[in-house]
Design a protein around this ligand. Sequence first.
Ligand code: SF4
Length: 352
Amino acid sequence: MKKVTVPFFISHQGCPHTCVFCDQHAISGSSGALPAAEAILAKIGVWRRSAGERPLEVAFFGGTFTALPEAVQDRLLQPLQGLLASGEVSSVRISTRPDCIDDATVTRLSRQGVTTIELGVQSMDSSVLERSGRGHTAEASEAAIRCIRDGGLAAVAQLMPGLPGDTPAKSFHSLKRVIASGAGFIRLYPVVVLRGTELARRFQSGEYVPLNVEEGVQLCKVLLHESMRSAVPVIRIGLQADDGLNDATVLGGCWHPSLGRLTRSELYYDLLCTLLPSATIGLNCTILCHPARISEVLGQGRINLKRLGSRVASVRIKPDETLTKEELVIESFNHCIKGHVVTDLHYTIDEE
Ligand code: SF4
């Protein structure tokens, strides 16, 4: 059963400085004030009622949790202990920076019910990290991922393709390196330029050019494919369309409320193009896919079918529960061909 996440945004709390791209208040639409025990319990109670039987996970997002004074961390986690013991809350997730985690911290958090630690890795390229003002190295990220994994917790690596000095090849190598270090899950957040940040100033002066949506989708498609090949789930692509993200807060970059769907849709389009043999040109075709993937296979506004254009006379799509979410079958008068987005697609990234 899918977990329901009860989010607490503690925007910028514990952060040693503000990174050039970051404005957690804008991203979450929250002031980020640390919640009191009563507020934590009240919010969980509300979410408990609407979650039904689904397990609840409590998450502290948007700040550097482990850089808060230990007493403050304890104050946030303490109200959860009874709920964890009774099973009303099943797990706890926190986010932090790679240079703010060590074995002792992982052990302490694990004892308090934390099961997942999200790391803002952003890039594994030292020049990108430096130009983005991160203040930590790629080696610190590797060490942090290993220490979380060795402590028996799940490590989520957040990557930000398109930071200053980044290239598709650097993003690709960053992904491979976090996977090699033991990251259990990936989040891909191609850069969105938020007003009022240092990155916005560089963007407006022409000093920095972010990826646009099309570039972000094409790059994330390759990164997603590589993660799938490595069996490491990508749990999010693109910032969540929360209240804080709108024309007043977003200045430019790769911002689209359905970036993940656009990205997956591109994978299926590539597979359709790979599978459609020239012998089907002008024929009526049926595409079969898992029911949960119909909208991705169709693409936004049925764009994938439109793009097939003259390659087929007509095309219809049919759900087929016997297929996995990664498979497609194309049937026509004289052909039936099956493909898989992981094994039948091959991407290369130009080295700069
Ligand atoms: S990116 Fe992370 S460490 Fe940097 S300011 Fe934002 S929340 Fe804090």
